[in-house]
Design a protein around this ligand. Sequence first.
Ligand SMILES: [Zn+2]
Length: 79
Amino acid sequence: MSASTIRKAKKLVEGGGVEKIDDDLFQIKSSSDPNKSYFVTSDSCECPGFKNFYKFHHGKGLKANCSHLEAIRIFKEKN
Ligand SMILES: [Zn+2]
């Protein structure tokens, strides 16, 4: 995972952009458009970056990640 993904994730958590909806459901504000938010679970996200990951890395056995999934990880560590 890139350092910028982690930086973005930290910013989202610190800026209060992560809201817990349920045990494994979070609503996270988009970092590029504050009017937008995504529903995120511990292993899936609605954002284009997550969806595109499998398009670009198809068949490499990698697990998709994005700043939102990373934000949840950080959020859970803190709470
Ligand atoms: Zn995402």
